[in-house]
Design a protein around this ligand. Structure first.
Ligand SMILES: [Zn+2]
Length: 73
């Protein structure tokens, strides 16, 4: 591998991590927003180490709904 070329996979990972921050997505398990993307397009929570697909991450609104549901259940 040529060391002078920044591998595309690293760029994708950084971009995906940035996307999670911008969209303020939450971990579906502990609701933390401290999430980073790994090299296989899996999103890892730094708080609880939970791994999720992008589609499984929650928006702030979904977190709110889930908390309300938990209170009511
Ligand atoms: Zn978590």
């Amino acid at each position: 591998m040529n060391n002078r070329i920044y591998p595309e996979v690293f760029f994708t990972r950084e971009l995906n991590s940035f996307k999670v921050k911008i969209l303020e997505l939450h971990c579906p398990k502990c609701f933390s927003t401290d999430i980073y993307a790994d090299l296989k397009d899996i999103y890892v929570c730094k708080e609880c180490s939970d791994k999720n697909d992008f589609k499984d991450l929650l928006t702030t609104e979904q977190v709110r709904d889930r908390k309300i549901k938990n209170i009511l259940s």
